[in-house]
Design a protein around this ligand. Structure first.
Ligand code: ADP
Ligand code: MG
Length: 530
């Protein structure tokens, strides 16, 4: 724990202090309080803090303080994993440097290199860029690092994940000995520790403790769906939620395209973001989304890395991520800097184990929610219609329409007229066919009525005992142990009966899981025919 400090106690210059005030920052975040004083002492630092904890300003503030604005050479170089992040970091530093004559430039692939060369030639003090393009400029001699004072690796874990290690090392080798090197990351894998031992001088390690890492403002829920019902489920959730801006994650580029097409066909305003788009397309979509002209951004993990967009009310894992770390990164897109947010995940039975792994890692129970029913959707539509009608009445100026109703009232029932007017205005479509009857077919497994008997290839030889099995099933599948039925453990295999409605979930949460040190195979039992 670091003591809470005010920006006033960090001995900032008046210009930086005012700029931070304009940005609406009231107090330094824990990583800022810890890092800023040390960075000002010109020490190397390795800093770890979760996404959304203000790491950019933690290095941005000292940079702005220390840069010599009378000299036009590059004094700070910041490497980021993606173009969006480069732009974002450059913008934040520009804001912090608002009252200093500071020149910051973002350089990244996909943008005209000639324009970048011109801008570099005019002289900039801070360069933010993606590794590939930086190397390009170093090779051409258009980026000169001889007066570099700060070298920063931002979102270092992401850069390594994206395979930039060789590029990073190449760049580090081109920098002068005398600089200060800073490494910021959400996580600290071994590779980062190796990098810091190799390139940092006697670095100070800062880490914001675990309980400060978690994102308590975010409500986390999940919906269980069948793969073929997922889209319908998403639509119902969207139709019954109060969404400001939502980021929806898909696993693949193709998934993004398909979902955007589906959403558009249903009348939602959605745009997709993934690696196959040109820079101009990406910029256009991001602008629309940031400005609130598009409600939903559908993206892959890579495309959304590090994005900081204000007022994202919902992060939706349409596809649940394959690893718990991406889950944390994804949900960090909402509830930024003290705002509340909701993270929703759609889970198909096969993914149940992933969900449990995520819960274990974040040490939080993700609340299970029932999918809204068609009736819920109608209720919500009703509310919206009523709200809009009432506010239209309050606005007044209805005399023109009123006279039409008065004429009609002579011949028709007024309720009927009003109902027809609503249909015209809202054109309610009956969305959502009921299709929930598709249960997994187990056939006869030889179980008691209402139960399914499962077979698994682990048994007495692995010292499996009934209480162990009950505990494992209850934990992994998230069902109460008491609903588990008959258990028969043999030397090499086991039969267990579970209620039909949870059987699929139990099957998928145990299958290929490790029980008593053994990777097990689980399947519905078969009735032996004599
Ligand atoms: P990180 O790099 O750790 O993921 P960012 O630097 O992108 O986080 O910051 C997340 C958001 O919090 C940004 O919108 C940033 O402007 C805001 N922010 C940063 N520091 C503060 C602060 N001290 N007070 C309020 N908001 C802050
Ligand atoms: Mg960051």
């Amino acid at each position: 724990m670091y003591e809470t400090k005010k920006f006033g106690q960090l001995e900032l210059s008046k210009k930086v202090y005012s700029a931070i005030g304009d940005m609406g920052f009231e107090e330094p975040s824990p990583i800022q309080a810890a890092a800023i004083p040390i960075l000002m002492q010109e020490k190397d630092v390795v800093a770890q803090a979760q996404t959304g904890t203000g790491k950019t300003a933690a290095f941005g503030i000292p940079i702005v303080e220390k840069v010599n604005t009378r000299y036009r050479g590059v004094q700070a170089l910041i490497l980021t994993p993606t173009r969006e992040l480069a732009i974002q970091v450059a913008e934040e530093i520009t804001k912090i440097g608002k009252y200093r004559e500071l020149r910051t430039l973002a350089i990244y692939g996909g943008q005209s290199i000639d324009r970048q060369i011109l801008a570099l030639r005019r002289g900039v003090q801070v360069v933010v860029g993606t590794p590939g393009r930086i190397i390009d400029h170093l090779g051409r001699g258009t980026l000169i690092l001889k007066s570099l004072r700060f070298m920063i690796l931002d979102e270092a874990d992401e850069m390594l994940d994206m395979g930039f290690i060789d590029d990073i090392e190449k760049i580090l080798k081109e920098t002068p000995e005398t600089k200060q090197t800073l490494l910021f990351s959400a996580t600290m894998p071994e590779e980062i520790q190796r990098l810091s031992r190799k390139y940092l001088k006697n670095p100070e390690f800062l880490s914001v403790s675990r309980d400060e890492l978690t994102v308590p403002q975010i409500e986390q829920v999940f919906y269980e769906v069948k793969a073929h019902n997922k889209f319908e489920g998403l639509c119902r959730v969207l139709d019954t939620s109060d969404i400001n801006l939502a980021i929806i994650f898909c696993r693949t580029k193709r998934g993004v395209d398909e979902l955007v097409a589906g959403l558009e066909a249903r009348g939602y305003e959605a745009g997709g973001l993934h690696g196959d788009l040109t820079q101009a397309q990406r910029n256009k979509i991001m602008r629309k989304f940031r400005e609130g002209n598009m409600e939903m951004l559908v993206a892959t993990d890579v495309a959304a890395r590090g994005l900081d967009i204000e007022n994202v009310s919902h992060v939706i894992n349409y596809d649940i991520p394959q690893d718990p770390e991406s889950y944390v990164h994804r949900i960090g897109r909402t509830g930024r800097a003290g705002k509340t947010g909701i993270a929703m995940s759609f889970v198909v039975p096969q993914e149940y184990r992933l969900l449990r792994m995520i819960e274990k890692m974040i040490n939080t129970r993700i609340t299970r929610c029932k999918l809204p029913s068609v009736e819920d959707v109608f209720d919500r539509q009703r509310e919206v219609i009523i709200e809009r009608l009432v506010s239209t009445m309050q606005l007044g100026r209805l005399s023109h329409y009123r006279s039409i109703i008065e004429d009609l009232a002579a011949e028709y029932d007024v309720y009927e007229v009003a109902a027809a007017a609503l249909r015209l205005a809202f054109d309610l479509e009956v969305t959502g066919e009921k299709n929930e009857q598709d249960d997994f077919e187990f056939g006869d497994t030889g179980a008691e009525p209402g139960m399914v008997r499962l077979f698994m290839n682990v048994g007495r030889m692995e010292e499996l005992r009934p209480p162990d099995l009950i505990k494992i099933i209850a934990e992994e599948a998230g069902i109460p142990g008491r609903v588990i039925g008959a258990i028969r453990i043999y030397d090499k295999f086991t039969f267990v009966e579970v209620p039909k409605d949870v059987a699929e979930k139990v099957l998928y949460s145990l299958h290929r899981n490790i029980i008593k040190g053994k990777k097990v195979h689980v399947e519905p039992a078969k009735v032996r025919t004599r």
